[in-house]
Design a protein around this ligand. Structure first.
Ligand SMILES: Cc1cc2nc3c(=O)[nH]c(=O)nc-3n(C[C@H](O)[C@H](O)[C@H](O)COP(=O)(O)OP(=O)(O)OC[C@H]3O[C@@H](n4cnc5c(N)ncnc54)[C@H](O)[C@@H]3O)c2cc1C
Length: 598
């Protein structure tokens, strides 16, 4: 067809360069994706493809250091899966889905033993058992760990196992759209980030294991190019529901730096381990006041993450913060040898940056760490769209209003196994994207991608990306109220306009990846802002200055979905009831001990 003969509609269509047929497509190669693929392969489903945006073995999971929970009872034999579940519900302020919590906590002892069998280098007791310690708030020591590299060790183990099982993996692919008719999933569309080729996957079952959304905030603990909300946003656009997006965990002590200083800027938001406070670190505001005396005179710096994060945010908001928007964390009353021995990595990191922890304080501020919300799924990880599963950090339901440290790695392997088992029972060969969907959804989408690459607008991609992150921090951060949240939604509408006028660049450029992410981040921002506005109470990590108390009538989950004519709608549903075993553990009244910071 000559271009003069093309209609406007034709111009927007573009065919895929490559068609890939597969029974199960696993989007994401972190802990969750790898574990699902292993379960499928072990159950005889060999037509599986795992893909990720990075090289094989490189996913955000490698950044988890502290540990992974499971009631093995190595150190505390009285621990049990039911007490683990009770702790999780307590910390989640009872808006977790008790079914999913039970699934994870019941599975975990077996999942840990299996990782051990597959070669994970767990730290061990003198007797050779998998060692366990406290991590954050728990009633018993149940966090297993591999030195300070638990996530890396776990993912290496899973990758080795996947290779033994000859599970195919494809690197550097970004999925940009799921192909569904709203009720049934048929495949996915994306592009090869190295060649720029447009890819169409025919797959009857798709597992989204694409991570979370904490990096939609400007100060965060994730890598910049991960956790931008791809998973939840892809599911939402395909017709699935999101849930509890307003619950975002802020770690109290991220690095607060001069963002204009190129040496410091990459460190913005990076974790300053809780162990600094555990070893006696004291927090001071810019006026030299040990402000935790006002917020938590008994627990002081060792109170729960959300309490300390809120206290720091209040100090900064009230003009008592440092120029870099933080406060001081001081360990200089300890001697150098002690700091070097107990906190070697922290000591070295700051030493390299010219700050001597033994003689001066470091600057810290809260940092977005984990999104407890995500895709709404059933007990097997399946969404309301037939054939679409969401697991790991992409799914919602396990953590409620606040996450227990060590529970997210647990969720990846537990739900990987559960979803894999369920999918193995239903798979019957590769799916096919119906021609009408190829014509009406996939090809126009590829056309849009090509048009975006050619776009030469007024706005720089990274400037828009940062604008959204700033918006999230300023309008949906730690201290929320009606006015700020509503202003955030207004601002979001303006930013949405800017995205239509971005200078993007070719599909192989970083700017193209970030431009696609911007689209995902807008969905995330809207759902977080709307959820935070709708939840007129304070619960767990969600704090409303204008509704500072918990409201028992709000023991509900908020669901978001796309309306028929576009636009986001929401509704609430009450949470489920714990099983008798978990209720019994709850009635026993085990207390979470927040003083065990490691
Ligand atoms: C600094 C830090 C420390 C942590 N420490 C702990 C800890 O000690 N214990 C604990 O339990 N949890 C911890 N967590 C949380 C935990 O690491 C994560 O929740 C978990 O690793 C998530 O695993 P996942 O498999 O769901 O996703 P990820 O590991 O994030 O993997 C996502 C995968 O999806 C791919 N992907 C994403 N988008 C796309 C797309 N559009 N197309 C194609 N592929 C895509 C990515 O390339 C990647 O392969 C920590 C988190 C951070 C940030």
């Amino acid at each position: 067809m000559r271009s003069s003969e093309m209609t406007a509609d034709d111009k927007r269509r573009e065919p895929a360069s490559e068609h890939i047929d597969v029974s199960v497509l696993v989007i994401g190669a972190g802990g969750a994706g790898a574990r699902t693929a292993i379960e499928l392969a072990e159950r005889g489903v060999d037509d599986v493809l795992v893909l990720g945006k990075r090289n094989h073995g490189d996913a955000h999971t490698t950044w988890a250091r502290g540990g992974i929970n499971g009631a093995l009872g190595t150190r505390d034999p009285e621990d049990s899966w039911a007490i683990h579940a009770a702790d999780t519900l307590n910390e989640g302020h009872f808006v977790n889905d008790p079914n999913k919590v039970e699934t994870v906590t019941k599975q975990m002892p077996d999942r840990l033993r299996e990782l051990d069998e597959w070669g994970m280098d767990f730290s061990r007791t003198d007797g050779g058992d998998i060692d366990q310690r406290f991590f954050g708030a728990q009633s018993f020591r149940r966090t297993a760990f591999a030195g300070d590299h638990t996530g890396e060790s776990m993912l290496n183990t899973l990758v080795d196992r996947a290779q033994e099982l000859e599970i195919p993996y494809r690197e550097n692919v970004m999925i940009t759209k799921l192909l569904s008719d709203g009720d049934q999933l048929h495949g996915a569309a994306g592009f090869d980030m190295e060649s720029g080729d447009l890819l169409l996957f025919n797959a009857g079952t798709v597992v989204l294991a694409a991570g979370g959304y904490a990096a939609t905030y400007n100060r965060h603990t994730s890598r910049d190019d991960e956790n931008n909300g791809d998973g939840p946003a892809l599911a939402y656009a395909a017709g699935a529901e999101l849930m509890d997006m307003e619950f975002v965990q802020f770690h109290p002590t991220g690095m607060a730096v001069d963002e204009n200083d190129p040496e410091w800027e990459p460190w913005s938001g990076r974790l300053v381990t809780e162990a600094v406070r555990g070893e006696g670190g004291r927090l001071f505001n810019a006026d030299g006041e040990r402000f935790m005396e006002r917020y938590s005179p008994d627990q002081m710096e060792l109170d729960a993450r959300d309490v300390v994060a809120r206290a720091i945010a209040e100090e900064v908001a009230n003009g008592r913060g440092t120029d870099n928007g933080g406060v001081y964390l001081d360990l200089s009353h300890r001697d150098r040898a002690f700091i070097r021995e107990r906190l070697p990595r922290m000591y070295e990191r700051f030493q390299k940056l010219g700050v001597d922890m033994a003689s001066e304080p470091v600057e810290v501020a809260p940092t977005a760490h984990y999104g407890m919300g995500g895709v709404a799924v059933d007990r097997y990880g399946e969404t309301s769209v037939d054939g679409l599963y969401a697991i790991g950090e992409t799914m919602a339901g396990v953590h409620g209003a606040n996450r227990l440290g060590g529970n997210s790695l647990a969720e990846t392997v537990a739900f990987g196994a559960v979803a894999g088992e369920q999918i193995a029972q239903r798979v019957d060969g590769p799916g096919t994207v119906p021609t009408r969907l190829v014509r009406s959804v996939a090809e126009p989408h590829f056309g849009d991608l090509s048009e975006m690459a050619d776009r030469d607008g007024e706005y720089d991609v990274m400037a828009v990306f940062t604008e959204i992150q700033d918006l999230m921090w300023n309008h949906a951060g730690i201290l929320r109220d009606t006015e700020t949240l509503e202003a955030g939604l207004d601002r979001l509408a303006e930013v949405r306009q800017q995205t239509k006028e971005m200078r993007v660049g070719p599909m192989t450029a970083d700017s193209f990846e970030f431009a696609v992410d911007i689209g995902f981040m807008i969905t995330i921002a809207e759902s977080v802002l709307r959820g935070a506005l709708q939840r007129t109470e304070s619960r767990g990590a969600h704090y409303r200055r204008d509704y500072p108390e918990i409201d028992s009538d709000f023991q509900k989950n908020i669901y978001f979905e796309m309306a028929d004519l576009g636009g986001m709608t929401s509704h609430t549903e009450p949470v489920g009831t714990p099983s008798p075993a978990v209720q019994e553990a709850l009635d026993e009244g085990h207390e979470l001990d927040y003083h065990q910071l490691e």
